[in-house]
Design a protein around this ligand. Structure first.
Ligand SMILES: Nc1ncnc2c1ncn2[C@@H]1O[C@H](COP(=O)(O)OP(=O)(O)OP(=O)(O)O)[C@@H](O)[C@H]1O
Length: 492
């Protein structure tokens, strides 16, 4: 885990926390990394553009915008408000017009300086946003009417605004670009549908899911995931920003290739939910879609996955970040394709920002654990009180994909799971289906929420289950996925 550009890092003794002032010129970025533990913040180095710095203090970094304007992935900071970025946050604050920041706490940081806006990796993203705004305005003016719609399920109300799929290799900055475009569209008054078909990082939901939600309100700047985290969803407590209501489907796997058929089916479900949303809501239809995708590379043969997502969401703009090879191959594949509205598919290449941080296994594990804890217990800004209930083994319906079930196996989609101590500390998805529905229906049902198994008492045949809200558990089928594995005892 490191901030690119910081080079080799040399150990340094912790110092007392100090407040520093950072002055940013237009298009400069303040890149920072809040470590998992405060001792890890004791490193620094120099770069060709600006010295790296270290600040050491409590459990996070605090930032105050004292003049100018700055934003995190498209969401603006309010002047003079103190923002706290929690541990394990890697991100940047950027200004288009210049800004002064007051920073303190535990972090490693670096200012990326650019001699002119043209040298900044953000300028093409901003230009892309303006181009998308033009297309959205065209829909608003009636340019997106139904003349090209061949009726292939596009729903009522004509052709939606731009449907943009963002692709790239691992750690190329896909999610950051998706989030930035969503925030910029929202700031301009739009309400785009934002989706993620990458189960590795749940968007507005726990890892192991794919989801989509309308973004019509401001995102949470302090969220480690900058507005894509679980803190942006409805909960039993107050929220820092207006919540989003995601449609969520449960893959229960980290990688798509671990269960391609299920992922394909669920992407189909999410795609049809998106079409239904466009048909029902004119404002969302005009703003279109921003779709984040799993890391893909030509060498690994991931193109079919991207093509499937593109078809299901009727994508008409494909943004490829960083990989010339992926761009060329997708261009070739899309050449003769038309969307269900009869549109050609436009490919756009963006350079990868040198600021994108590589996240190692420990970073991702911490992120997952933090998301699960936050889902049940809230965060520093809001404390949630989950319910703990004790239920008999026979009073709940838990399903699981049979071992080895996958692409080439002819096994049932789901089977009743044997409840045992092995289930302890797993997080299960509660499905919006009936316990008597066929397995295939249950597997493809939308997720209502999650519960965690706090304890399994095999002798008494009872489970202790943690849930965010009260309610009888036996009414809904629960699915026990294969990932993320339990790392933590939530009540421990
Ligand atoms: N310019 C930047 N400066 C500092 N950090 C950045 C910058 N751009 C992106 N990051 C951070 O780098 C990390 C990786 O970025 P991001 O999640 O956008 O990549 P990704 O391609 O979606 O990753 P994955 O392949 O795992 O899905 C994130 O923590 C993000 O906040």
């Amino acid at each position: 885990m490191s901030i690119p550009g910081l080079g080799q890092i040399a150990p340094q003794q912790p110092t007392t926390s100090t407040t520093r002032t950072i002055t940013l010129r237009p298009f400069w970025e303040w890149r920072f990394e809040v470590p998992r533990s405060s001792s890890a913040a004791t490193t620094t180095s120099a770069t060709t553009t600006a010295p790296g710095n270290v600040s050491v203090g409590g459990g996070g970094a605090t930032v105050r915008l004292t003049s100018g304007a700055a934003e995190r992935d498209g969401t603006e900071l309010a002047l003079n408000r103190v923002y706290t970025f929690p541990r394990n946050t890697q991100s940047k604050l950027l200004t288009y017009t210049g800004a002064t920041l007051e920073v303190a706490g535990a972090f490693v940081d670096h200012v990326a300086q650019y001699p002119a806006p043209e040298a900044s990796p953000q300028l093409p993203v901003l230009n892309l946003h303006f181009a998308l705004q033009e297309l959205r305005a065209g829909v608003g003016r009636g340019g997106g009417d139904n003349t090209n719609d061949n009726g292939g399920g596009g729903g009522g109300g004509g052709v939606p605004g731009p449907r943009v799929m963002i692709c790239g290799e691992r750690d190329s900055g896909k999610t950051t670009v998706a989030r930035t475009l969503a925030a910029l569209a929202t700031r301009a008054g739009g309400q785009p549908l934002v989706g993620s078909v990458d189960p590795r990082e749940g968007m507005l939901a726990l890892p192991g899911t794919i989801s989509a939600a309308v973004f019509g309100t401001v995102m949470d700047v302090e969220d480690p995931a900058a507005g894509f985290g679980v803190s942006g969803t409805p909960s039993s407590g107050p929220s820092a920003v207006p919540v989003k209501l995601p449609m969520v489907y449960y893959v229960g796997r980290e990688r798509v290739d671990e269960d391609v058929p299920l992922w394909r089916d669920l992407v189909g479900k999410l795609g049809s939910s998106a079409r239904a949303k466009f048909a029902a809501d004119e404002v969302v239809r005009e703003a279109g879609l921003l779709l984040d995708t799993p890391a893909a590379s030509v060498a690994k043969g991931d193109l079919d996955i991207l093509m499937h997502a593109a078809h299901e969401f009727a994508v008409n703009i494909v943004v490829v970040i960083g990989s010339v090879e992926l761009h060329a191959e997708l261009q070739r594949r899309f050449e003769n394709e038309r969307t269900l509205h009869g549109e050609v598919v436009t490919l756009i290449f963006l350079d990868k920002s040198d600021g994108v941080a590589e996240r190692d296994k420990d970073f991702m594990k911490f992120t997952r654990e933090a998301a699960i804890k936050e889902y049940f217990f809230g965060d520093a800004k809001r404390t949630l009180s989950p319910f703990t209930q004790s239920v008999g083994f026979d009073d709940v319906a838990v399903f699981r994909t049979p071992e080895g079930s996958g692409f080439y196996d002819n096994k049932p989609a789901l089977e009743r799971a044997d409840i045992s101590a092995e289930m302890s500390h797993w997080t299960l998805a509660v499905m919006n289906a009936s316990v008597n529905d066929p397995p295939e229906i249950i597997r493809q049902a939308p997720v209502m929420g999650f519960v965690a198994i706090a304890d399994v008492d095999e002798d008494r045949r009872r489970l202790k289950v943690l849930s965010p809200v009260s309610g009888r558990l036996g009414n809904r089928p629960m699915v026990w996925g294969r990932w993320p594995e339990p790392y933590i005892n939530l009540l421990g």
